[in-house]
Design a protein around this ligand. Structure first.
Ligand code: GLC
Length: 573
């Protein structure tokens, strides 16, 4: 296939009087998410490190990234790969030193790239000195820093809540003769935000990183920090007799008071962005959370990534794929922040399977699928977030046994599926489709052993397709997914209609095509993407004006070819 048509720079399309409401640096950039453990290993340890990120800054600059969100790099027993933190102001020796971090921040800044840290404040590690003290007795100075409750009269857990990774959300502690709550793994005890000392300690840690010059924060699992006043059993939602802790505690009234204090004590007065991970916040609630009167710059909500599921995310409870459900979710989010606030657009992160498999369950050419999603990612209204390897079109892995999987939630979901009556083969197929390890295999740099990620033994095996899908090969191929990403990021950054233009969904009932327009002043951009592996008919005269970019070499006729994506710009009266 030949190269895609040249990209218009957008300069020619600036119209006098175009509303430019989006004026912050982070609104007109692309954020790139790094999973440091899997990105680039400079020591041969088999685990990526901070110097490995610094070594790849030119690659990231060339791609067009203006900010790098690092998943946690703090000291951690790594039960949940860093989301179990044992020191909020240190660096995990596996990843390097504080000096390496300072160098990364400085080297990134020289290239006009900011470093964004992940704040995991719903819980710490059970190895954090705070928890070690808290669990030692009922009357120590930190006894109230976590969520402790007595057993039920029969000695069982205080409630029937299931943790998000499976199993009870409570673990018994013999020293205190009490249970502690953990929304996630047993090794991740929930912090007690009701205690002002806890909040002050967490805010101080975030300010420590601001003083180091970070450009923002991604705030983990933030919807769980407020617990209900009364802890009660819920109606069981699965065969294990338990109910998800999410149902019982997500987004509990009063949470915004904590968050406004967080904003005042940490975020206000800094030229940074904040993005909260907010499973459980509905689109209708967005104005309370983002924008001038809200708390964060942006919020990751989950509706569009949960499209394959009935409700929540029980991996065995899948429903038939429907493009209209995905489109509806994306359009609702666009509407939710149309007047106030801003949206982080994403299809992948370290918790999701690879998007070329997840959003195209019926198959098709994964290169075209990657370009199709890139087109949506870069032309919706909001800040695009790219996850490492997404810009190469990296795909899922498919390992033969559950033991091959490292991800703690894959094991929990596998066990739950067995309890629900599925066979081991069926349970494994859910893991294949949704395991977080799909996104955590080593970054594919080149064709040398282990994809050029390490000279040692990688902590997770590289996807075998690195021989064809890798950065070195794609840099040389002007029709590659990587080349397409570079072109469309440039288009996104230089065309003002894509920055601030008003979003409108088109062909809303179409089960093959996702189409929408962005309009500002007298310019209108139309994106049309065929999500199916068959041809899809377009209404007559649908695409008008100049083709800015497309995933096939030439322009479409009256049909979009399998997985074809195009972007057109026209003048409107
Ligand atoms: C968030 C993180 C995920 C982690 C969990 C617990 O969902 O993205 O990776 O396992 O919180 O911290």
């Amino acid at each position: 296939m030949l190269a895609t048509s040249p990209v218009a720079t957008g300069e020619a399309h600036i119209t006098k009087g175009t509303p430019m409401k989006a004026t912050k640096w982070w609104q007109n950039t692309a954020v790139y998410q790094i999973y440091p453990k899997s990105f680039n290993d400079t020591t041969g340890s088999g685990t990526g490190d901070l110097r490995g990120i610094t070594a790849k800054l030119d690659y990231l600059k060339d791609l067009g990234a203006g900010a790098l969100w690092l998943t946690p790099v703090y000291p951690s027993p790594m039960v949940d790969n860093g989301y179990d933190i044992s020191d909020y102001t240190g660096i995990n020796p596996q990843f390097g030193t504080l000096a390496d971090m300072e160098e990364l921040i400085a080297e990134a800044k020289r290239r006009d790239i900011r470093i964004v840290m992940d704040l995991v404040y719903n819980h710490s590690s059970d190895q954090h000195p705070w928890f070690i003290e808290s669990k030692s007795s009922r009357n120590n100075a930190k006894s109230d820093w976590y969520i402790w409750r007595d057993a039920k009269p029969d000695g069982s857990a205080p409630t029937n809540w299931r943790g998000i990774f499976g199993g009870s959300a409570w673990t018994y502690c013999a020293e205190r003769e009490q249970y502690y709550l953990h929304t996630f793994a047993e090794a991740q005890p929930d912090l007690n935000w009701e205690n002002p000392e806890v909040r002050a300690a967490l805010f101080a840690a975030a300010n420590f990183w601001l003083d180091k010059g970070v450009g923002g924060f991604r705030i983990d699992a933030i919807t769980y920090i407020k617990k209900p006043a009364v802890f009660e059993d819920g109606t069981p939602d699965a065969a294990d007799g338990m109910v998800s802790v999410h149902t019982m505690t997500a987004n509990t009234p009063g949470i915004l008071d904590f968050l406004h204090e967080f904003r005042r004590e940490v975020f206000d007065g800094h030229d940074i962005f904040t993005v909260g991970e907010a499973n459980g916040v509905s689109v209708a609630e967005l104005p309370d959370w983002v924008g001038e009167n809200g708390v964060f710059s942006m919020l990751f909500e989950f509706a569009h990534v949960l499209v394959p599921y009935e409700e929540g995310e029980c991996w065995s409870k899948m429903i038939p794929w429907k493009l209209t459900k995905l489109k509806g979710a994306l359009s609702a989010s666009q509407a939710g922040v149309a007047k106030e606030g801003w949206y982080p657009i994403y299809f992948e992160n370290h918790d999701r399977a690879r998007s070329v498999n997840y959003f195209f369950p019926n198959g098709g050419d994964t290169r075209l699928a990657a370009k199709a999603l890139a087109t949506v990612l870069m032309t919706l209204r909001g800040t695009p977030f790219i996850y490492e390897g997404e810009e190469l079109g990296m795909t899922n892995v498919r390992w033969d046994t559950i033991e091959s999987y490292d991800d703690i939630s894959s094991h929990g979901q596998y066990e739950l599926a067995l309890k629900e009556g599925f066979s081991p083969a069926e349970a494994l197929s859910f893991v294949h489709f949704n395991s977080r390890d799909n996104a955590r295999t080593p970054m594919q740099w080149n064709t040398s052993e282990h994809a050029g990620f390490t000279t040692g033994t990688p902590w997770l095996p590289a996807n075998e397709n690195y021989h064809t899908i890798n950065a070195a090969a794609e840099e040389k191929d002007e029709d590659s997914v990587l080349s397409y990403y570079k072109q469309i990021i440039r288009l996104r950054k230089t065309n003002p209609v894509l920055l601030s233009g008003v979003y409108e969904e088109l062909l809303a009932d179409n089960e093959q095509i996702y189409a929408f327009s962005r309009t500002a002043g007298n310019r209108r951009i139309v994106t049309a993407v065929n999500f199916s592996a068959e041809e899809a008919a377009l209404p007559a005269g649908f695409l008008k004006g100049v083709r800015l970019i497309g995933s096939y070499a030439d322009a479409p006729s009256t049909v979009l070819r399998p997985l074809e994506a195009v972007v057109y710009e026209e003048e409107v009266k």
